[in-house]
Write a protein of this length. Structure first.
Length: 454
C-alpha cells in the first residue's frame, strides 16, 4: 500500500527540494491537489477536497492532520485495489514493527517522500509555501479549487448585471477588516460597519448555503448584527428587518460549525427583541410572520447540535415565537410551530430531545389562544391551531422512537383543553351570529319542521 503513493501523482513535478515555479503558492497548491487526486483516484481536485472533508482554511496542525487523512485514504484505496483487508495490513505492520507505519496525525516516511517528489518541497516547509488566507492559515479551499463556490474572488470578472453585488461579496473582508470571524455574544462589542459592508453581507447571505463558506458566512452574520446594533454612517438608511433577511440568517442556524450556528441564532434573537423604528413599521409588518416557518425549522434543526447550541436554539425559538405572536397572533405561531414539530417527528431519524424542546415552547404559546374573543374573526384560526397542536402531540405519542418526549407531549396536550374550549365557544358564537340576522321569510321551506323531526 505504501508503494502506491509515489505513483499516485503522475504530474508530480521535479524531485528534491527544487526551486522555481514549484515554490510559487499557486503552482505548489496545484501540485498538492494533483497529488491528492492521484492518491484518491478522484475525478477532480474539488472531489478530492470533498473526500478529505475540507471545509475551510487550516493551521499547520490541522494541515498535518489533513495529510495524515490523505495517506490513510490512499492506503485504504491501494489495499482495496490489491484485494487485501486494510485492517489486516495495518495490524501486520504493527506486529512486524514497520518503522514507517503511520501513526495518528503523523505521515509515514514513504508518504512524506512521495509528497516531496510530487510537490518538489519537503513536508516541513510545505505549509508555509501554500496559498494563505491572510490570517496565517493555508487556504485549502483555493488549493483544491473549491473557493469559487463561495462567490466571486478578488480580481475575478464580475458577472453581467451583477458587478456591484459580486464585487461586494468579494471585498467584504476589505470593507470590514476588523470584523471577527468567530462567535461574539454581545452585538454591541462588534466593530461598527458601513452601509457598503452591510450590502456585501446581505449579498453573501443571499447566496447558496454551503459548509465550505462558513467563515465568510460568519463574518456576514456579524456584520448584520453590528449594523442593527450600531448606527451606520450619518445619512445612510437604517437597516430594515425583512423576511428575506430572516430566512437567509435562518439558513445558517443548522451549520455543522457551532460558532456559525450560535451566531445565526443570536442574530435571530437580537432581531426578534428589536423594536421597529417609525420608518420600518410599514415594510416589516409581516416580516416575522412570513419567515416564521423557516425560523422555527432552523431553531429545531440547530437543536440537534451540541448542548450549548441546543440550549441557545431553544431560547431563540421561544423569543422568535413570542415575536410572531406579537406581530400576528398566537394562532399563527402555534400553527407554524406545530407544522415544524410534525416534520421533525415524522422524519427518518427524529430526535426526541428536539421534539421535546419544540413541544415545550408550543405549550407556552397556548395560553394566548384562550384569550380569543367570542365572535372575533380569529376564532376559526385559533381552533385550527389548537387542532394542529393536538394532532402533533398525538403523533409524538404514537411514535415509540420519541418515547423520551412522551412526558412533554402529554404536558402540552394537557395545556390545550382550556384553550380549546374557549376557542370552540368563540367559533360557535361566530358561526351563529350571522344566522340570527337572517329574516324569517328567507328561511328554507323545511326549517320549521326540523325541531319535530329531530
Amino acid at each position: 500500500a505504501d508503494k502506491a503513493a509515489p505513483k499516485a501523482a503522475p504530474n508530480g513535478g521535479g524531485g528534491g527540494g527544487g526551486t522555481g515555479a514549484g515554490d510559487e503558492p499557486a503552482a505548489l497548491g496545484a501540485r498538492l491537489a494533483a497529488f491528492a487526486v492521484g492518491c484518491l483516484g478522484a475525478p477532480s481536485a474539488a472531489k478530492a477536497g470533498t473526500r478529505l472533508g475540507l471545509m475551510g482554511s487550516a493551521n499547520e496542525e490541522e494541515f498535518r492532520h489533513v495529510l495524515w487523512h490523505l495517506e490513510t485514504l490512499s492506503r485504504q484505496r491501494a489495499a482495496k485495489l490489491a484485494g487485501v483487508d486494510f485492517r489486516c495490513v495495518s495490524e501486520g505492520e504493527a506486529a512486524e514493527g514497520v518503522p514507517d507505519a503511520p501513526k495518528m496525525s503523523s505521515c509515514s516516511e514513504a508518504f512524506a517522500l512521495a509528497l516531496r517528489e510530487a510537490c518538489g518541497i519537503g513536508l516541513a516547509d510545505l505549509f508555509a509555501k501554500l496559498p494563505g488566507d491572510g490570517q496565517g492559515r493555508a487556504d485549502l479551499l483555493r488549493v483544491f479549487e473549491m473557493a469559487e463556490k463561495r462567490g466571486p474572488q478578488p480580481g475575478a470578472k464580475p458577472p453581467a448585471g451583477g458587478a456591484v453585488a459580486g464585487d461586494a461579496v468579494a471585498d467584504m473582508r476589505a470593507l470590514c477588516p476588523d470584523m471577527p470571524g468567530d462567535y461574539v455574544e454581545n452585538a454591541g462589542d462588534l466593530p461598527h460597519v458601513t452601509s457598503a459592508a452591510l450590502a456585501a453581507a446581505e449579498a453573501q447571505l443571499n447566496s447558496e448555503v454551503l459548509e465550505a463558506s462558513w467563515t465568510t458566512d460568519m463574518i456576514a452574520v456579524n456584520i448584520v448584527r453590528s449594523a442593527f446594533a450600531h448606527v451606520v454612517e450619518p445619512g445612510a438608511q437604517r437597516p430594515q428587518t425583512t423576511s428575506a433577511l430572516l430566512s437567509c440568517i435562518s439558513g445558517r442556524c443548522g451549520s455543522k460549525r457551532p460558532a456559525l450556528g450560535k451566531s445565526a441564532l443570536r442574530a435571530l434573537t437580537e432581531l426578534a427583541e428589536r423594536r421597529l423604528g417609525p420608518s420600518e413599521e410599514g415594510c416589516a409588518d409581516t416580516a416575522w410572520t412570513d419567515a416564521a416557518q423557516p425560523a422555527f425549522g432552523a431553531c429545531l434543526n440547530a437543536a440537534r447540535g451540541t448542548k450549548l447550541v441546543a440550549r441557545l436554539a431553544e431560547d431563540t425559538l421561544l423569543t422568535v415565537a413570542q415575536r410572531v405572536s406579537q406581530e400576528a397572533d398566537s394562532s399563527v405561531a402555534v400553527r407554524e410551530l406545530a407544522a415544524c414539530i410534525a416534520a421533525e417527528a415524522s422524519g427518518r431519524m427524529p430526535q426526541a430531545a428536539v421534539v421535546g424542546s419544540g413541544l415545550k415552547i408550543l405549550a407556552l404559546l397556548t395560553p394566548g389562544l384562550a384569550a380569543v374573543e367570542a365572535g372575533s374573526a380569529a376564532a376559526g384560526d385559533a381552533k385550527a391551531a389548537i387542532a394542529a397542536a393536538a394532532a402533533v402531540c398525538s403523533d409524538v405519542l404514537d411514535n415509540r422512537k420519541l418515547a423520551p418526549a412522551f412526558s412533554q407531549a402529554r404536558a402540552t396536550r394537557a395545556a390545550l383543553p382550556a384553550a380549546e374550549e374557549a376557542a370552540a365557544e368563540a367559533a360557535v358564537a361566530a358561526d351563529e351570529a350571522p344566522a340570527a340576522e337572517v329574516p324569517a321569510a328567507d328561511a328554507p321551506a323545511g326549517a320549521a319542521a326540523a325541531p319535530t323531526g329531530s
